[in-house]
Design a protein around this ligand. Structure first.
Ligand SMILES: [Zn+2]
Length: 295
């Protein structure tokens, strides 16, 4: 049976889990779901075991038994964070659902889980994991009516049992405002993702440029793992050179230590177009906007 897209496959499983009461549904028990779903849907080749292993530089693996009749999933015993373990298991389950006909073994390192290139099976497994652990409809309900902040993301990361980074990336998929999430280490951007409206207004950090320095005055530079989240204001063009000089953005930042040290930044920009307050201006709005686009 052909498989669908990573999102469609994750949504199918989420539909099954909807029947559970809220407190059993989240965080998703990936181990149980992977075993039960594979047993029911693919009885000839189920996932029978999920165990820690010890291979240096490998976070997770999916492997077929030599008999070709069963599979196992493994995660590195050195991973401390329960959120990272859960995401790794969901990622490997994604390889099983989406890619087991292509490969009989997947070995995944932290590097290829976070790399920029989005057209590969690693990215597909990440998308599957993200939608399985944080279904969009539920995520939308959780953040509805709230001002974006590290605390808001923290509540989501607690509900879904994932890292703050995973929750922040998910939020960029549904955010209606202009926003960019950045992960930073040693003064340089590891990766960044823009919300749709930010991307449309050319507010993004290019994936082609691997050495994007952080503006000196940015709160992202000042966050310290021993203190909590910090907030600041900054000229938007310190980050994004296309923004007019009078536009300011709000920054929220938090730093982490441990096996994956980095600082997470949440950059929030005001809407690009002026707000149209009078009915007269509403009529003219499409004209003004088309003029702006031509600039
Ligand atoms: Zn992988």
């Amino acid at each position: 049976m052909p498989t669908g897209s990573p999102i469609a496959e994750a949504n199918k499983i989420s539909q099954l889990l909807r029947a559970l009461p809220d407190e059993e549904r989240f965080p998703v028990d990936v181990e149980r779901v992977a075993k039960e779903v594979s047993r029911v849907r693919y009885a000839n080749e189920p996932i029978v075991s999920i165990e820690p292993f010890d291979i240096k530089g490998v976070d997770g693996l999916l492997a077929q038994h030599p008999s070709a009749k069963k599979w196992k999933i493994g995660y590195n015993s050195q991973i401390q964070s329960p959120g990272r373990i859960r995401f790794t298991l969901a990622h490997e389950f994604g390889h099983y659902i989406l890619h087991r006909q292509l490969r009989n073994r997947c070995q995944c390192s932290p590097k290829n889980m976070y790399e920029w290139d989005e057209r590969n099976i690693e990215a597909e497994a990440d998308v599957f994991a993200s939608f399985l652990l944080m279904p969009l409809d539920d995520f939308r309900t959780q953040v509805a009516g709230q001002s974006p902040s590290i605390e808001m993301l923290r509540r989501c990361s607690d509900r879904y049992g994932v890292s703050l980074m995973a929750a922040a990336l998910k939020w960029t998929e549904i955010a209606t405002q202009r926003a960019v999430v950045v992960a930073v280490r040693d003064g340089f951007v590891l990766w960044a993702r823009s919300s749709r409206s930010a991307f449309r207004s050319k507010v993004y950090l290019s994936s082609k440029k691997f050495t994007i320095p952080i503006p000196d005055e940015s709160a992202v530079n000042q966050a310290d793992a021993t203190s909590g989240p910090i907030t600041g204001k900054l000229r938007a063009n310190a980050w994004f050179s296309n923004e007019p000089s009078d536009v300011e953005l709000i920054e929220h930042a938090i730093a982490f230590e441990g096996d994956y040290p980095y600082t997470l930044g949440l950059l929030l920009l005001p809407d690009e177009s002026p707000r149209w307050e009078s009915p007269e201006n509403e009529i003219l709005a499409p004209v003004y906007q088309s003029l702006q686009w031509r600039k």
